[in-house]
Design a protein. Structure first.
Length: 256
C-alpha cells in the first residue's frame, strides 16, 4: 500500500480512544489522527486530555476532547451518544484505559478489587455493547483492546485484579469477534510487556531495565510501537483479521 494511502486510511472515520491523555493512549490518538480520523480523545483528567487535543490540532488534524472516567458507566452513555449526534457513528473504538492498584494478593482491599474489576471488565463490556450498536447501524467498525502479558506472568501476586481483568478482556475479544462478524464488526487485541513512556516505566526504571533482559529484540516497546499495531488492526489492511491477539512484546512472550 502506498504511503499516501496509509496516511489517509482513516479519512471520514470517527475514532474514540479511552485513556488517551497520556502514554499509550496519547500515541494511539495521535497516530489515528495522522491517518485522517476525527479523533475523540477521552480521559478522566480534563487537563491532560486537552493537552493531547491541542497537540493533534497543532499538527493540522482533527480532535475533540471529552472527559470520560471508565469507572462511570453514565459517562459512557453520555459521551457515546453525544459523539454520535455531533460527529457521526464511532467506527474505530480503542479500549485502552485500565485501573490498576498493586497490593499483595492475600491482603488486597476487597473494595478496591471490586472497583478494578468493575471498571476493567464490566465497563469494558458495557462500552463495547454501546459502540457495537452504532457500528452495526453504520455498516461496521473496528474494536481494539489494549491487553497485557500480565495474565501469563507468574509473578502477578501484587496485581491480581488487573491480571484477571486482562484475561477477561481477552475472552471478550473472541465473543465480540464471533457476534460481530455478521455485522462487519471486527475485534482484536494488542498485548505488550513494558512500554517506555508510560507511568509504570517512568516511575519504576529498575523494573523496566530488568524486563529488557528477557526481550529477544533487546529493548522495551515504545508507545509508538503499540500505536502502529493498533492502526494496522483498525485499518482496512486488516479487513479479514478479527478475534486475533497481536503480540507486540519484542519476543518476550515466548520467554515467559
Amino acid at each position: 500500500m502506498e504511503r499516501q494511502m496509509i496516511d489517509q486510511e482513516f479519512d471520514g472515520r470517527v475514532a474514540l480512544i479511552t485513556g488517551a491523555g497520556a502514554g499509550i493512549g496519547r500515541a494511539i490518538a495521535r497516530r489515528l489522527a495522522a491517518g485522517g480520523a476525527t479523533v475523540i480523545v477521552t480521559d478522566k483528567h480534563e487537563g491532560r486530555m486537552q493537552e493531547v487535543v491541542d497537540e493533534i490540532m497543532a499538527d493540522g488534524h482533527i480532535a475533540i476532547g471529552r472527559v470520560l472516567d471508565i469507572e462511570r458507566r453514565d459517562h459512557f452513555d453520555t459521551v457515546f451518544a453525544d459523539v454520535e449526534r455531533e460527529h457521526g457513528s464511532i467506527h474505530t473504538y480503542v479500549w485502552n484505559a485500565a485501573l490498576n492498584k498493586q497490593q499483595p494478593i492475600f491482603d488486597h482491599d476487597p473494595e478496591l478489587f471490586d472497583r478494578i474489576a468493575y471498571a476493567n471488565i464490566n465497563n469494558c463490556w458495557y462500552s463495547c455493547m454501546l459502540v457495537s450498536k452504532q457500528m452495526a447501524a453504520a455498516g461496521g467498525g473496528s474494536i481494539t483492546m489494549i491487553g497485557s502479558i500480565a495474565p501469563e506472568v507468574p509473578a502477578t501476586d501484587r496485581e491480581p485484579p488487573y491480571a484477571m481483568s486482562k484475561a477477561a478482556v481477552r475472552a471478550l475479544v473472541g465473543g465480540i469477534a464471533t457476534a460481530g462478524g455478521p455485522l462487519n464488526i471486527r475485534c482484536n487485541e494488542v498485548i505488550m510487556g513494558l512500554v517506555t513512556g508510560t507511568r509504570f516505566t517512568d516511575t519504576q526504571p529498575e523494573k523496566a531495565n530488568n524486563f529488557v533482559q528477557g526481550v529477544p529484540l533487546g529493548r522495551n516497546a515504545t508507545t509508538d510501537d503499540i500505536a502502529e499495531a493498533v492502526a494496522f488492526l483498525a485499518s482496512d489492511r486488516a479487513s479479514f483479521v478479527t478475534g486475533d491477539v497481536m503480540n507486540v512484546t519484542g519476543g518476550a512472550m515466548f520467554r515467559l
